[in-house]
Ligand binder design. Structure first.
Ligand code: FES
Length: 580
């Protein structure tokens, strides 16, 4: 009587391929003998005789964890989702998955994103559920769940955790990333012990995700635009009652999706990904979305080359000005109408035929916004009067980044959008020590090259939380320099940094061949990043450079290093991408 999980997965695929209709997984509860065991076990867990006979069975895939305070509100929201599922005639069962907090996972949550995606995929595929509600929040949990659900192929919809509230410090409202700006004041004695203690208690005052346009909210917006979350859900604060309403409606929608047999691939289509790229460009959102969108699309056999990002970005004005890509807050964005209002502004440049999370076409959602427009707010401008006429995010290419790099123009001082200077090279693992060397030769126009911070080299492509500005420059009061790295940065960071340089040093990219003093030219207005060293010299250096020696000996880290793809391919594992 024991059910074979692999066979269950195969059945789902067969049903999905046939198209339409309710998948048969929940029917595992309906059989005479098999069903008895499964019904009995669910009843042992608290469900009633009636509940185990209802259809569809909706899994609530929760990344709630006490090790992930950003996602802790999801435990209560799961109950509201459950109510919505029941109201629509289904039965909900909550199950946990790995949860990744950006600040708790060492060396980096990015090392584990694909592991979480595999966990989510197999739990959805192998469990006797007809559809799933994905509960995510903190940075990597959103893409990991979308990747897993895309591969599992069952009806799915997401509810994100929402931004946490803002605290008050020294008479002003502060957001998560402000704490880094206060570090110099603390180090130089301008903030007392008592004040620092007070800050610890107020800068993250509630559950919910970071309250800036960082990766978590950028990805929550992407989930909405891709049609995988209800319109208007991304910016609603984590602790507001409106989010419980959203949760209940998400449960109802999950039942509708399961009954219709609508799978993620029916919703996350190539035009939907184009819309998501355009919205990313218009918000000046997190650079990490480049990697995550490519990875999600890759699970569906959709190839998103960086040229697509470059092309769309070049033709998309930045109309939203939320920190760090503008002076406004996420609360302002919510008051301005959130994602539906943003879509209404951008509709002339979007594919309005795409279906959003509540089943309406994007055109209908925009029409509803126009029929009852929210109060205008300066955080959201028009296409004719944007914050910037081109995207705040630029794709760079050139001899230093043959397969691309990303530059967040909206968060960089304009005077550093174009720059030429001599390289000062740092290895990611020893950068702090070298930066503090008083004998290091560096000039105000130096270009900091920070390498071996990529998916293979670090490993896991951690977020770089500092640019190693040499002590000699710091002593001269220089706080802004151009940096070039094969690593990532937090979506909340500013600065003139070319990120995700691909290929990375550890797999033989030209960034591994740069020497101190080499001239580097960055031009974020034309999208170029060049190393001014002749090809013969680079070939000579390549011949004498030993191959990268990985220290990963066992377990997940070894599997990851042996199979991870480069950033332009989404940093997924090569055997998880759908090659058709
Ligand atoms: Fe979780 Fe920022 S640390 S969203």
């Amino acid at each position: 009587m024991k059910t074979d999980n692999g066979d269950s997965g195969a059945r789902i695929r067969r049903d999905a391929t046939a198209g339409g209709g309710l998948p048969v997984t929940g029917d595992r509860f309906a059989g005479d003998l098999e069903g008895t065991i499964e019904r009995a076990f669910l009843r042992a867990g608290g469900l009633s005789r009636d509940e185990v006979r209802r259809r569809p069975i909706i899994g609530i895939c929760s990344s709630w964890s006490e090790l992930n305070p950003c996602n802790m509100g999801l435990r209560d929201l799961a109950e509201s989702v459950r109510s919505g599922v029941a109201a629509a005639g289904g039965t909900a069962v909550v199950f946990p998955t790995i949860s990744l907090n950006e600040n708790m996972i060492v060396p980096t949550s990015m090392l584990l994103r694909n592991l979480m995606a595999m966990d989510v995929e197999e739990m959805i595929r192998c469990s006797p559920i007809d559809g799933v509600v994905l509960l995510a929040g903190c940075d990597k949990t959103v893409p990991a769940q979308l990747m897993g659900a895309a591969s599992a192929g069952k009806p799915a919809i997401m509810l994100t955790a929402g931004p946490r509230g803002c605290g008050q410090f020294q008479g002003r409202s502060i957001v998560t990333s402000d704490v880094w700006d206060l570090v110099p004041d603390r180090l130089e004695g301008r903030i007392s012990d008592a004040e620092w203690d007070e800050l610890e208690g107020v800068f993250a005052p509630t559950v919910g995700v970071c309250n800036v346009m960082g990766t978590a909210t950028t990805m929550a917006i992407a989930a909405e635009v891709l049609g995988m979350a209800l319109p208007g859900s991304a910016a609603v604060p984590a602790v507001e009652s409106r989010r419980r309403d959203l949760a209940e409606r998400t449960g109802v929608r999950a039942v509708e999706l399961a009954r219709a047999g609508t799978r993620p691939e029916d919703v996350m289509t190539p035009p939907a990904f184009d819309n998501a790229i355009r919205v990313l460009s218009a918000t000046g959102g997190s650079t990490n979305e480049f990697i995550h969108l490519v990875a999600i699309a890759g699970r569906l056999g959709i190839s998103l080359g960086l040229d697509r990002f470059a092309d769309i970005g070049e033709r998309t004005p930045q109309v939203l000005g939320v920190r760090p890509s503008g002076p406004f807050s996420l609360e302002d964005f919510d008051h301005a109408g959130g994602v539906p209002a943003l879509l209404a502004v951008l509709e002339p440049v979007l594919d309005s035929g795409c279906v959003l999370g509540d089943g309406r076409k994007l055109a209908n959602v925009c029409a509803a916004v126009r029929a009852a427009p929210p109060r205008p707010h300066p955080c959201l401008r028009s296409l004719d009067d944007p914050f910037e006429h081109k995207s705040g995010l630029v794709v760079l290419r050139g001899s230093l980044a043959p397969r691309g790099a990303i530059f967040k123009r909206s968060a960089a001082p304009r005077m550093l959008w174009t720059h030429r200077g001599p390289a000062v090279v740092f290895d990611y693992h020893t950068a702090r020590k070298r930066a503090d060397d008083p004998g290091l030769h560096a000039a105000p126009d130096s270009v900091i090259v920070l390498r071996n911070a990529g998916p293979v080299g670090a490993p896991g492509m951690p977020e770089i939380d500092f640019v190693p500005i040499p002590a000699v420059l710091r002593a001269a009061g220089i706080t802004e320099v151009v940096c070039v790295t094969d690593g990532r940065m937090s979506g909340t960071e500013g600065g003139a940094t070319a990120l995700h340089v691909t290929p990375e040093a550890a797999v033989g990219g030209p960034i591994g061949l740069v020497r101190d003093g080499d001239e580097i030219v960055l031009d974020a207005t034309t999208g170029t990043l060049d190393l001014l060293v002749d090809g013969h010299e680079l070939a000579r250096r390549a011949a004498e450079t030993p191959p990268h020696a990985s220290t990963a000996r066992r377990g997940w880290e070894r599997l990851y290093v042996e199979h991870v793809l480069q950033p332009d391919q989404g940093c997924d594992l090569d055997f998880l991408v759908d090659h058709g």
